[in-house]
Design a protein around this ligand. Structure first.
Ligand code: NI
Length: 173
């Protein structure tokens, strides 16, 4: 089993917009396999390609129904509200209650280029929103109220993120 190191807060790759995938080839399939291994090893419910330094618009996820990848995902519809203690593999050791839509419809393609449309509710919806944010260079910290964000940045400064990443305290995205 091979895995990628997960890029942590402060790494510029996490602040960039990833590019659309134009070719679905064997090398992409290899990247996805390694992302699956990386996601499970890190106890992730989802993992976006930029989190492993790959600047492509795709993410993997598994909320209990098997490993899945979505390429060039787009959020096409959202509804409702859902409060969830959100954690990020790139900001290990910290969780924040964030309110976001409860139901999210996502459209993208699979590794064969076939269109997929998936409706996610609650945790799956959160995974979709969180991972698409990663593809746009947005971190969960950017979704916090300014005062909470300030506090969070202070907490991150005082925290050894590399050590925290080694000891996950539950699933993150
Ligand atoms: Ni994340």
């Amino acid at each position: 089993m091979t895995s990628y190191p997960i890029r942590l807060f402060g790494d510029p790759v996490l602040k960039q917009r990833a590019r659309e995938v134009e070719e679905l080839d064997g090398s992409l399939a290899g990247i996805v396999d390694t992302m699956y291994d990386t996601m499970y090893e890190a106890i992730g419910l989802g993992l976006a390609a930029p989190q492993v330094g790959v600047q492509k618009r795709l993410f993997t996820y598994d909320v209990g129904e098997g490993a899945t990848v979505i390429v060039n995902p787009e959020i096409v519809e959202t509804s409702g509200e859902f409060a969830y203690e959100e954690g990020c593999l790139s900001v290990p050791g910290l969780k924040f209650e964030i309110v976001r839509p409860k139901v999210v419809t996502l459209r993208g393609i699979d590794l064969d280029g076939k269109e997929v449309v998936v409706e996610g509710d609650e945790v799956l919806a959160r995974v979709f929103l969180h991972e698409v944010d990663h593809l746009d260079g947005v971190l969960l910290l950017d979704r916090l109220e300014p005062a909470v964000r300030k506090q969070a940045l202070r907490a991150i400064r005082d925290q050894d993120l590399v050590a925290a990443a080694r000891h996950p305290d539950g699933p993150a995205l």
